[in-house]
Design a protein around this ligand. Structure first.
Ligand code: HEM
Length: 338
């Protein structure tokens, strides 16, 4: 896995004389896009030679923004037909564009297979191995679903990854002593003479604790995917009728004062020497959900996020600019659904 992108962008920004200021979220989102593109399609979507890359990025970016906007018609269903904010209309348009582009990527790959072009297998190749060819029906994936699965991976993996890193950096900037401890750990484990490698991550317990604390306070999907009860259910003394839509609030669980001391404070230390993990077995920390519907990208995020965070902190010194922020307390930490 390469960390060239984010490093290159930061270095290029410095070279352009923007050394003082950096719009980190902007680069983090692009890094996530390229990451998913490489993993799913073996495509460097920000390659200057790629025409479809920027086109796909724009359509996907808009599609994600429409998808995240609160829709008044969800609260007042009688307005649904009117689509008062135009969300459905806009989303359908941009979804149509992304489908077209992904369909092109998939078809190009099918042609490459026909020509016998050899390369290391990626996620799309695996999906195509299971493509429904009309001969068998059991367990095969129809062509259109392959396109949708690829889109889902982008949809699920972009903002979640980039905003988690952004929150971690924001918390660290507010707590210089915690940032210092992460840097010290990186200096001891990696030193000044080589780059961070993926294999280093297991030897960075403090960085991992920072990440868990970030997931606790800022889960990227605060309300997990909604569930439906398939039968009348009794849960912790509550009667939940059949066919009820149930939301699990991972955000509130993370901040529950009955589970944790001083729940609103960012204290990475609470996860040092703790067995609590975010892989779906410890219900007090479920940023990736749990059970069969759990995030499919978790193993990827589990490697990439600490790697990216470690790279950012190890190579660069970070501080809030005085002109923007008079104190670490003035950093805007408010959350919004967008
Ligand atoms: C910080 C990183 C991430 C977080 C916090 C996160 C969180 C989640 C959560 C909470 C769910 C719903 C699980 C549930 O309700 O039990 C989910 C689903 C999903 N995630 Fe992630 N995710 C992350 C990264 C990724 C990445 C990198 C990918 C793909 C490359 C991805 C792809 C998906 C997909 C496709 C689903 C939908 C699964 C389904 O429909 O059942 N996620 N994610």
């Amino acid at each position: 896995m390469s960390n060239r992108n984010i490093e290159d962008h930061v270095e290029a920004a410095k070279a352009r004389g923007e050394s003082g200021k950096l719009n980190l979220p902007h680069y983090l989102f692009r890094m996530s896009f390229n990451l998913v593109g490489n993993r799913m399609l073996s495509r460097d979507l920000f390659d200057s030679q790629s025409r479809e890359g920027p086109e796909f990025f724009q359509a996907m970016d808009k599609f994600i923004r429409w998808g995240g906007k609160p829709n008044i018609a969800d609260f007042l269903p009688f307005l649904k037909w009117l689509d008062p904010q135009g969300l459905k209309r806009n989303m359908l348009r941009d979804m149509g564009r992304t489908i077209e582009i992904v369909a092109r990527f998939v078809n190009e790959r099918i042609e490459e297979h026909k020509l016998g072009k050899e390369k290391a297998m990626d996620f799309l190749d695996v999906l195509l191995e299971f493509e429904d060819d009309g001969k068998e029906w059991h367990g095969k994936i129809p062509h259109e679903k392959i396109i949708i699965i690829i889109m889902e991976m982008f949809f699920g993996g972009l903002e979640t990854t980039s905003t988690t890193i952004e929150w971690a950096m924001a918390e660290l900037l507010r707590k210089p002593e915690t940032m210092k401890k992460v840097k010290e750990e990186l200096n001891i484990v990696i030193g000044q003479n080589r780059k961070v490698e993926e294999s280093d991550i297991d030897n960075l317990p403090y960085l991992q604790a920072v990440l868990k604390e970030t997931f606790r306070l800022h889960p990227a999907v605060p309300l997990l995917l909604s569930r439906n009860t398939i039968q009348d259910t009794n849960f912790m003394g509550y009667h939940i009728p059949k066919n009820t839509q149930v939301f699990v609030n991972a955000w509130a669980i993370g901040r529950d004062p009955d589970i944790r001391e001083d729940p609103m404070a960012f204290k990475a230390e609470r996860f040092l020497n703790s067995n609590i993990d975010y892989k779906g077995q410890n219900f007090e920390l479920i940023p990736f959900g749990s059970g069969r519907r759990m995030c499919v990208g978790m193993p990827l995020a589990h490697r990439v996020i600490p790697f990216c965070l470690a790279s950012l902190i190890h190579y660069f010194d970070w501080e809030l600019l005085d002109e923007d922020f008079t104190s670490t307390e003035s950093l805007d930490m408010s959350e919004r659904l967008e």
